[in-house]
Design a protein around this ligand. Sequence first.
Ligand SMILES: CCCC/C=C/CC(=O)SCCNC(=O)CCNC(=O)[C@H](O)C(C)(C)COP(=O)(O)OP(=O)(O)OC[C@H]1O[C@@H](n2cnc3c(N)ncnc32)[C@H](O)[C@@H]1OP(=O)(O)O
Length: 277
Amino acid sequence: MLSRLSPLAQRTISPRLLSNAQRTLVNISYPSPKIAVLELDRPPVNSLSLEMSAKIVESIKEIESNPEVQAMVLKSSNPKIFSAGLDITEMNRPTVARLEDFWRNIQTLFLTLYSTRLSTIASIDGHSPAGGCLLAMSCDYRIMSATPSYKIGLNETKLGIAAPYWLKDLFVTTIGYREAEVGLALGKLYSPKEALEIKLVDELVDSPVIDVALKRADEWASIPEKGRVASKVMLRGAMIQDLEEKREMDVGWFRDFIMEEGVQKGIEGYLKNLSKK
Ligand SMILES: CCCC/C=C/CC(=O)SCCNC(=O)CCNC(=O)[C@H](O)C(C)(C)COP(=O)(O)OP(=O)(O)OC[C@H]1O[C@@H](n2cnc3c(N)ncnc32)[C@H](O)[C@@H]1OP(=O)(O)O
């Protein structure tokens, strides 16, 4: 990890030359006492490996531990990708133990981000498929760049897999049953304009997304915490409790689904096509 390098090494190695093993994977900054910015920094595409998920969770907890901080902006260090979703290599011929651990970390990531006392603003300046869309939907408010080529949505079926039941629930809660039904079946990736129309995102901006995200964070941070958190718990509590009770069942479902030979072949083929591009 970068933090294990000496201060001199940290200053002299260009960040672009660091391997992921040397990186912190996320960066935390505080533009003002009430606002934190959590930046995803796992090149090339911010995919969610076991370590990346664990690091995001650890960082949210670190930010939460400061009672003064009220809002957190989630952004990417990559100028055109928010997050490419789960690290597909984690699902490609894995060991059962690693796969199960990976999934427990993904569950924890969702539960932590979805239930944090912080107001969370997703600053989506780039592509946000699958697990990237999960991160965005777990936030309280989503702002996306209007750049027409960017895509957001749940494309799992295109990989030959299915979203877990709790991600399906989150999608339904966000965009409504019928749109979710079609979107999930087709593995549909929406343009920013389409995403705004179905309320998958709340706002589109042409200017640097982060500027508007910081403004919204200020607005959310000005609401008294007690009432704001109580209303969040009312709206989100049932889904959180449901997954808490079914975690191990969900791990079993995921493991059995992914380890099937046909699914493994599909994942292998999808990865090969990605690399060939
Ligand atoms: C039953 C279980 C349900 C589990 C739920 C799963 C949810 C998921 O999140 S599954 C993951 C779905 N994600 C995707 O399908 C996104 C795939 N990636 C892309 O579409 C593109 O990479 C991009 C649009 C995000 C960016 O395109 P760009 O042209 O800039 O970059 P690439 O050349 O495609 O990628 C660079 C590099 O990164 C590798 N890579 C891309 N995405 C992933 C990923 N999700 N996991 C692991 N690795 C990924 C890609 O293969 C390239 O690698 P090489 O440089 O080695 O070729």
